[in-house]
Design a protein. Sequence first.
Length: 122
Amino acid sequence: MPLKLSAGQALALWHGITVDILRKQGPDLSTRQIAVLLTVYLEDRPHTVRELSSGLHISKPAITRALDRLCSDGLLRRKTDDKDRRSVLIQRTVKGSVFLSEIGESIQRAVDSDPTSTGPRS
């Protein structure tokens, strides 16, 4: 059964998850970095800067900057494509998998704790 939330409830849920991430002192990622990270982890296929740029409608330099941060945090890694040495593949890491699993668990806990009671805070 799909979860039905009002816009205010959805924002309160997003706020709670964001605060939970920050309290755990995980990497403080931008929306762009999170979008890139989630794309690589949720879309099970090879990823390149060109493909991420096209799919997310973000410039290649912006994708490269996001990847620089995500790779330096150990959440993703770059690997030269064995089939085309000019191409670089973006790959998942164990640290990135753990990070996103923790976010998923945080979302699940928030939803399980009666999401209909969440609303905008005054």
